[in-house]
Design a binder for this molecule. Structure first.
Ligand code: B12
Length: 210
């Protein structure tokens, strides 16, 4: 059975081809997509983040690792997502304005799709106005806001305020997440739920009824 460390190491090397190949091989060996994701890919990305923090890695290394993560996610995606007509409703998701990180957001989106939600992904650097417009037109049950930067995480509050001003706040539940986000921050800005990871985001979504 393949060790998940091999995937984590190839990810740290930024070897997209190898990471995608190993991911495929692990799936063929019957290793569950969730294990590959958590113990291989996310674990590898955690090391990249730690090395970046310690100045052992710089932006180019982080970028190639992020690219390798995306290559593996393309392989994992069909396995994480259940097909079928059943739908739990729509989820609008995006990374808030000023922030370009999207790996965690994409994972949350994939897990939501896997849990039979229709996902409308607005991308990164999304303004409060664009969130409001998407809620107005798509009428989702849930809006997911992602933020990785402490400098721009307060924009989450701006999205919630903009929804209130547009008279849409009561029609939708707001879930927040991303590395610097906490339960306390969630309460402070008046969001409805927080989760530290993608699997928990789905659990949270299920417990919220709008
Ligand atoms: C990859 C990365 C990048 C890549 C992003 C590539 C991409 N396409 O996303 C690049 C190189 C572009 C980048 C740029 C920058 N980065 Co950067 N980056 C990272 C890194 C190493 C990993 C982030 C990641 O993808 N993690 C893996 C995913 C799976 O985890 P996650 O995002 O946390 O998501 C999980 C949970 O948080 C949660 N979640 C996420 N979103 C949501 C949403 C909801 C609703 C819910 C419920 C849950 C949830 O579920 C996810 C899955 O479990 C982190 C370090 C780290 N360990 O976090 C730094 C980090 C986030 N970056 C940082 C910085 C400073 C920057 C730059 C400002 C650097 C610079 N000087 O230019 C720029 C900012 C650009 C911008 N305007 O956004 C800092 C932020 C510091 C801070 N406190 O604000 C960090 C923490 C690094 C550090 N230790 O200093 N970065």
């Amino acid at each position: 059975m393949m060790s998940m460390e091999r995937i984590a190491e190839a990810l740290q090397d930024g070897n997209s081809v190898e990471v995608a190949r190993l991911t495929e091989e692990a799936l063929i060996q019957g290793i569950s997509p969730a294990v590959i994701l958590r113990q291989g890919l996310v674990a590898g990305m955690d090391v990249v983040g730690e090395k970046f923090r310690r100045d052992e890695f710089f932006m180019p290394e982080v970028l190639v690792a992020a690219k390798a993560m995306k290559a593996a996610m393309l392989v994992l995606r069909p396995r994480l997502i259940e097909t079928g007509a059943r739908s739990e409703g729509t989820v609008v998701i995006g990374t808030i304005q000023g922030d370009l990180h999207d790996i965690g957001k994409n994972l949350v989106g994939m897990f939501m799709e896997g849990a039979a939600y229709r996902v409308a992904d607005l991308g990164v650097d999304v303004s409060p106005e664009r969130f409001v417009e998407a809620v107005r037109t798509l009428q989702p049950r849930i809006v997911c806001l992602s933020s990785l930067l402490t400098t721009t995480m307060s924009r989450m509050r701006d999205v919630i305020d903009a929804l209130s001003q547009a008279g849409l706040r009561d029609s939708v539940k707001v879930l927040v997440g991303g590395a610097p986000v906490t339960e306390e921050f969630c309460r402070d800005i008046g969001a409805d739920g927080y989760s530290p990871d993608a699997a928990g985001a789905v659990e949270k979504a299920r417990t919220l009824r709008s």
